[in-house]
Design a protein around this ligand. Structure first.
Ligand SMILES: [Zn+2]
Length: 110
């Protein structure tokens, strides 16, 4: 179906409704301000809540840190040298491992 055919049937343009959505002023789960966020950023924040609750005991910072580390691990051109933490799937047993590198300079935004 083309755009013109969809409009002729009275259907909205794809994605237009989502594009105009605005997030609430504060997150209903944690109360953080959602000012200045897009709808998709808000959805990402809620997704981080879900990840944190399911795998990290509700610790948003730990969930964000794991996402960052796994993102870096997937971009590592030579994983064998151990320069970056290796990829670790979410298992539900997210405890720090002995000798795990701490990235204290990581920017945490959630
Ligand atoms: Zn929240």
């Amino acid at each position: 179906m083309t755009r013109d055919e969809a409009l002729a049937l009275g259907r909205p343009e794809g994605g237009k409704a989502v594009k105009t959505k605005t997030p609430p002023d504060t997150c209903p789960r944690c109360g953080r301000s959602m000012a200045g966020r897009t709808w998709h950023s808000y959805l990402g924040h809620l997704g981080l809540h879900g990840l944190a609750n399911n795998y990290f005991g509700g610790d948003m910072r730990a969930a964000q840190k794991r996402l960052q580390q796994n993102g870096l691990a997937r971009q590592d051109p030579f994983p064998g040298n151990g320069a970056w933490p290796r990829y670790r799937p979410m298992t539900g047993q997210e405890v720090p491992r002995c000798g795990e590198k701490e990235d204290k300079d990581a920017v945490i935004v959630f």
